[in-house]
Design a protein around this ligand. Structure first.
Ligand code: GRF
Length: 202
């Protein structure tokens, strides 16, 4: 199953996917395309280093979401993409994009959904004062961080955490769970029943 990974920044989750692929741990998923909406980000260098084609679809060049999403879709169709992973992709995608890949888009969010959706989830968790936060890997619907949940991992908040430190510990779980969810999706082992996702045996 041919995947595109959409990125906007550091790309440490992209790196986890590429590392899993190199080890043979992502099959039958294959990352064949990386798309960034921002120029010059480290994620683009990671794709190049792994020999995976990377393209820029700069949202700044589009006057509305529809036009941006059409440009994304054109790249994905040209590469015969069958599944999409959002790995730190910082643009909201509308129904127009999501409906092109029904239950074929994964996202990772650095909080325990439905808590703290949107940007700055680790900051939101600290500000609220929760003792436990974490990450959520989920299938994408047209909402913001609302789709059916595949995996969650809990991360205790420590007294001396700042946003960066907490987010780094959350990322470590994302790096484990996002490739695994991608592998299971490609293998047809995620069965969605309403809001619940059941993981089927091999
Ligand atoms: C991740 O924590 C992801 O959940 C969030 O943004 C972060 C991206 O990190 N949406 P990276 O670019 O993969 O390093």
């Amino acid at each position: 199953m041919r995947f595109a990974v959409l990125v906007s920044g550091q790309g440490s989750n992209l790196q986890a996917l590429l590392d899993a692929q190199r080890r043979g741990g992502l099959a039958p998923a294959e990352v064949v395309l990386v798309v960034s909406n921002r120029p010059g980000v480290p994620a683009l260098g990671r794709a190049a280093a792994a020999g995976v084609r990377a393209v820029l679809v700069d949202h700044i060049l589009h006057s509305n979401r529809r036009s941006f999403e059409d440009a994304l879709l054109a790249e994905l169709r040209a590469a015969e993409i069958q599944g999409v992973v959002l790995a730190g992709f910082m643009r909201i995608l509308t129904e127009h994009f999501v409906s092109a890949f029904p239950l074929r888009i994964l996202n990772t969010h650095p909080a325990l959904c439905p808590s703290f959706p949107g940007v700055g989830a680790a900051r939101q968790a600290l500000d609220y004062g929760v003792k436990v936060t974490g990450c959520t890997v989920h299938l994408v619907d047209a909402g913001v961080d609302t789709g059916p949940i595949v995996f969650q991992a809990a991360v205790p908040v420590e007294d001396d955490d700042d946003e960066a430190r907490l987010h780094e510990r959350i990322r470590a779980h994302e790096h484990r769970l996002l490739p695994e969810a991608t592998r299971l999706l490609a293998a047809g082992r995620l069965r969605v029943e309403g809001r619940r996702v059941r993981i089927l045996p091999p």
